[in-house]
Design a protein. Structure first.
Length: 134
């Protein structure tokens, strides 16, 4: 006799997969940031550093999108994060900051990197959280 699986089991599995995706994205972003920090300086290498900084920011933005999706899926109120602390200060966190990345104290919707890039969160709450590099 066939039995139907519990729908909550499928939801937990989906959330588990999303958490794994977020963690893999954060690890990849950390690796990219680490590689960009190891490059030298100089005018010839400046373009490469700028390109790697842009690539690092895009990787972090992708991980943040995944984290925001998991945050939405986990919440009973079905809201998206509105500040970085929503993603970084939960236990366990939805998003782990790389060592050279901090939340801007003056603007809790902005991440600042020692690599020169910024990642700004817009939207949130009932609207999808969006992430833009600058």
């Amino acid at each position: 006799m066939l039995s139907r699986s519990d729908p909550t089991e499928a939801g937990v599995t989906l959330v588990g997969v999303l958490i794994v995706v977020v963690l893999i994205g954060a690890v990849c972003a950390g690796a990219v940031l680490g590689l960009s920090a190891m490059t030298g300086s100089g005018t010839a290498k400046r373009t490469a550093i700028d390109a790697s900084s842009a690539q690092a920011c895009r990787a972090v933005a992708n991980a943040a999108r995944s984290a925001a999706t998991v945050y939405f899926a986990d919440g009973a109120d079905r809201m998206y994060p509105t500040t970085w602390s929503d993603l970084t200060e939960s236990g366990p966190p939805y998003f782990q900051l790389a060592p050279n990345v901090v939340v801007n104290e003056a603007d809790p919707k902005e991440l600042d990197s020692s690599g020169g890039w910024k990642l700004v969160m817009t939207g949130g709450g009932p609207r999808v959280a969006e992430f833009a590099c600058s």
